[in-house]
Every structure is written in C-alpha cells, then in structure tokens.
Design a protein around this ligand. Structure first.
Ligand code: R5P
Length: 295
C-alpha cells in the first residue's frame, strides 16, 4: 500500500517531488496561524488505516515542532496506521553532551519528543558525533541516510582537480567517503570551537597539490565561521579559489553572503533545507528509503 505524503509548511516542493517519484498521493492539509499566533490544523484527505509520511525538515526547529505535533496527534486520532517522519535535516544534534553543569542535553530531549509523536524517522547525515548511531538516541526506528554519494557526483561533475578538505575530525566520516567516491585526495584539519561564533582551524598542508581546487566539505554550515576560517588559510596557499560544499544549508543570517565575501568561489548545498545555494538534490535518496520503510 502506497503511503499518503503530507507536507508541513515550507516542504511542499520536496513532498511533491517525492510523491512523483513514488507514485504516491499528497494529502490535503491546512496549516495556518490565528491572529494571536496559535496554530490551526485541518486534514482534508482520508487517512484511516493508511501509512502516512510527514515531510518536515527541522530548521528552524522550534517553529516547526508545534505544527508537527498537532498534525501527528490529529492523524493518529483520524486512524492513520503509522506515521513516518521524513526530516531531511534533523535538528538538536549538536548539543550531544553536558558541556557545563546544569545544561540541558537537548539532543536527547528532542529525540524523546519526536519518538513520542511518530513511529519512525528518516533523515540525512544527522550530526552523529558523541552519539555514534541513531539507536543511541532514538527509541523508534530511525534511519540515517548519507548524502556523500550525491556530493561526490556533484564534485566529480563540477570540479576538474579537486582536493577535498574537512575542517575538523568529525568531518572525516563524510570527507573520506566523498573523496573516495570522487576519486580525489583529501585532508582533514583540526578545529577548536572558542564560542558560538568563533573557531580556530589548523592550516591545510597543500604543498603537494599545487594544481588542485580546494573543496571544503562539511555537514552543516551555520554561522559559516568554520568554512570562513579555512577559506582565509587557503588564500595564500592555493592559486584556485576554494569551493564550499555543505549537506545542510542552516545559514544563520548573513552567513551565506559572508562566506562568498570571504573568498569562496562557490557555496553549494544539498536541498535538505531549501536555500539559494541548493545544487545537490537528495530527492531520490529519500524516495528510495521511503519506499523501503513506509510501503
Ligand atoms: C560541527 O562540528 C559541524 O560539523 C560544523 O562544522 C559546524 O556546525 C559548522 O558551524 P559554523 O558554520 O557555525 O562554523
């Protein structure tokens, strides 16, 4: 039985594309705000005994959560057989440790919340660092897909002699895979985070790659400072302007423009979060997973 797909606000294009690939129906839902800011939700398609897929990328997460909660609760009440959340970007994965006494371990709380309103979860490259896999955090079946093959295809097609650069140890997992799939060399730097907006990144050793174009690869670009620091280091070392590739276009206000201003030749991302920099589609990756998990 094919699932019914519902788009949370802002996810309409991706949902439509998934429905076309899967030959599935897009359910009709009205989600709007009352003048006082409260959320109104109404489902107009029949869902009784049907598997339902909710498409909702979780950025910015706090605004997305309440409509998602209301829609899930309503669908359960209307008799949906199961609810699978497709969240191409999964938020609250970086506060994965109590760095200071008294801090909330929001990655765990957030996981508990999502598990209480859905039956399964499909996401792409969640920031697994101190939690090594989704099972360590999620009590529902939670599938983490990888955008590395899509990133590698883009690099292979768009960059003649790439040298891939990961800005920190965490990035090793995806940089190594993208490099191997793109048949390119790679370097991994070391990063120290000094504050939300300040990082220090070690110098890349580029001497062996004079003709190569540096391609910085990271999972999330948020303030852009990780990439900007690396771009600054590269300026005196490389004849080619670097290209920045991120999976998730989180981009705090002004970060995208600042990164281009800092000297990046191009800044490209996958479409896990809709953004002007999206150039690497992950629609078929998601559709394939939905077909396996929800049909
Ligand atoms: C964390 O380590 C992530 O992998 C990214 O490197 C980080 O989120 C990037 O953040 P920003 O763009 O704010 O430097």
């Amino acid at each position: 039985m094919k699932p019914v797909l519902f788009a949370l606000p802002g996810n309409e294009a991706l949902t439509q594309s998934l429905a076309v690939i899967l030959g599935a129906e897009v359910g009709e839902v009205m989600i709007r705000h009352f003048p006082d800011g409260e959320t109104y939700v109404r489902v107009l398609s029949p869902v009784k005994a049907k598997k339902v897929v909710l498409v909702c990328t979780l950025h910015p997460p706090d605004d997305k959560l309440l409509p998602l909660y209301f829609l899930s609760a309503l669908l359960r009440e209307l008799g949906a057989a199961s609810i699978c959340l497709v969240a191409p970007y999964l938020a609250y994965m970086r506060q994965d440790k109590q760095f200071q006494p008294g801090e909330a371990l929001t990655s765990r709380y957030f996981a508990g919340l999502l598990a209480s309103i859905t039956n399964s979860l499909i996401t792409i490259d969640p920031h697994l660092h101190r939690f090594h896999n989704m099972e360590a955090l999620y009590t529902i079946p939670a599938l983490a897909l990888h955008a590395a093959p899509a990133l590698a295809r883009w690099v292979k097609h768009e960059v003649a002699h790439p040298i891939l650069i990961g800005p920190d140890e965490e990035s090793m997992q995806w940089v190594k895979e993208v490099a191997s799939l793109a048949g390119a060399p790679y370097l991994v730097l070391q990063k120290t985070r000094l504050s939300d907006e300040k990082v220090a990144v070690t110098q890349p050793q580029l001497a062996a790659y004079p003709q190569h174009t540096p391609v910085l690869v990271d999972d999330i670009i948020s303030t852009g400072h990780t990439m900007m620091e690396t771009v600054q280091h590269l300026k005196p070392l490389s004849a080619q302007k670097p290209i920045c590739v991120g999976v998730h276009a989180v981009f705090a206000a002004g970060a995208y423009e600042a990164l281009l201003q800092a000297g990046a030749a191009r800044v490209v991302t996958s479409n896990t979060i809709p953004h002007i920099s999206n150039a690497i589609p992950i629609d078929s990756l998601l559709a394939e997973a939905i077909a396996k998990w929800a049909i």
